[in-house]
Design a protein around this ligand. Structure first.
Ligand SMILES: Cc1ncc(COP(=O)(O)O)c(C=O)c1O
Length: 401
């Protein structure tokens, strides 16, 4: 195990009490992130962008420093980072704020998390059509199918980067080329890749990218952000208007602040965002390349260990899943497996539909109530995966009767 990993485990005492394999839901928060938040509450707990007194100015500067760090980390400009409370809110910000006209269509793969599906499905009432593109049996989209689906009604292509239910990594760069060549908007849901692998917003060619703060980036819950490319910022109509979003108001009209302020109405999650800034520092201190390398190796190890057990079914292609292994034990409900893992070895995995019912149906796992999903981060070890595999094997023998 690397030194930084040892520090990371020391920085998350919770990891000594259990085997945490649910990074795809949220990650435990390291001490330096907690300290950054406590520092705010203890020493400069004031609102931002408002007061002229020193404490308020300090809070504002720390908050904007977090934006600066995040922008650098994803290779964007600072005004292209809009804070939200999670990935879902970032996606809804786009679906609610973008102007669509009746007859426009949106292209979306059939394995999306509900958060990158329902916000678009919800536009059906306005006459916006969804074109749902079937992925292969491993839940991977073929960019050629996206290309074929594009026509003059296409307004937006949206896709997840890594499927939360299957772990499959989508060809987001090729899809970005399709969007660019056809001059349509492009959105990426980076909920499962941010903080797990090197990610350059500009290289994706995406107009919009939704990020969680509380998953791979190791930030606190209640944080997320939307990257919105400068060139398309004006196409978004702010929905959450009020304090902090305007530069002038008359009885008849108002003038919006430039982005990102126009999108960040009301008091923000100041401590959370300052914590997220500290979390990005922390991830950078470990090194994103190191995290990615560890994840690639450990995911394959986990896939092999689980798939090697009789009576188990693994979903996704070994060579293409990242950070996530979704599996089942034959004839056992996924929740039962997860419950037993927790009861006998304190192993935390998620089970069920993972907020992705169409994806689970696509891989044919609905008969077992969904899948068991083990998801990792840099703090997870080979030893933990061995314990997971041994325990799954024990349960599978019991299931076999
Ligand atoms: C691919 C994907 N998109 C969106 C979301 C929603 O994320 P959040 O809980 O940050 O809104 C998740 C959460 O697991 C996800 O995995």
């Amino acid at each position: 195990m690397e030194n930084a990993n040892i520090n990371l485990r020391a920085d998350i005492p919770l990891l000594e009490e259990l085997i945490y394999l649910d990074a795809a839901s949220t990650t435990p928060t390291p001490e330096p992130v907690l300290r950054a938040m406590q520092d705010y509450y203890r020493h400069f707990n004031a609102n931002i962008g408002r007061g002229a007194y020193k404490t308020a100015v300090k809070a504002t500067n720390k908050f904007e420093n977090a934006r600066e760090k995040i922008a650098k980390f994803i290779n964007s400009k600072q005004n292209e980072v809009i804070f939200t409370k999670n990935t879902t809110e970032a996606i809804n910000l786009v679906s609610n704020s973008l102007e669509f006209k009746k007859g426009d269509s949106i292209i979306v793969p059939n394995i999306e998390h509900h958060s990158n599906f329902i916000p678009w499905l919800n536009l059906k009432d306005k006459g916006i059509n969804l074109k749902i593109i079937k992925t292969n049996k491993y839940g991977v989209i073929n960019p050629a199918d996206i290309e074929k689906a594009v026509d003059k009604t296409t307004k937006l292509i949206t896709t997840t980067h890594i499927s939360n239910s299957i772990g499959s990594c989508q060809p987001i760069y090729e899809m970005g080329n399709v969007a660019e060549e056809n001059d349509v908007l492009y959105m990426v849901d980076a909920a499962q890749s941010a903080g797990h692998m090197k990610f350059d917003a500009k290289k994706t060619k995406a107009d919009f990218i939704a990020f969680p703060g509380h998953k791979g980036l190791l930030g606190p819950v209640g944080t997320g952000f939307l990257y919105c490319k400068n060139e398309v910022l004006e196409q978004l109509k702010p929905m959450n208007l009020g304090g902090g979003t305007v530069s002038n108001v008359t009885e008849n009209d108002f003038t919006l602040e430039p982005a990102p302020a126009r999108f960040e109405g009301g008091t923000q999650n100041i401590a959370g965002i300052i914590g997220l800034g500290a979390a990005v520092n922390y991830v950078e201190d470990i090194g994103i390349e190191k995290i990615e390398k560890h994840s690639v190796k450990l995911t394959k190890y986990m896939y092999d260990q689980i798939c090697g057990i009789d009576n188990t079914i693994c979903y996704g292609d070994r060579e293409n899943v990242h950070g996530i292994v979704a599996f089942n034990i034959e004839n056992m409900n996924s929740h039962d497996v997860a419950k037993i893992l927790d009861e006998i070895k304190n192993i935390c995995v998620r089970s069920g539909y993972h907020c992705a019912i169409p994806a689970i149906k696509h891989i044919g796992a609905d008969a077992l109530g969904g899948t068991v999903r083990a998801s990792i981060h840099y703090y997870n070890t080979k030893e933990e995966i061995q314990i997971l595999a041994e325990t799954v094997e024990e349960i599978s023998k019991f299931a076999g009767g």
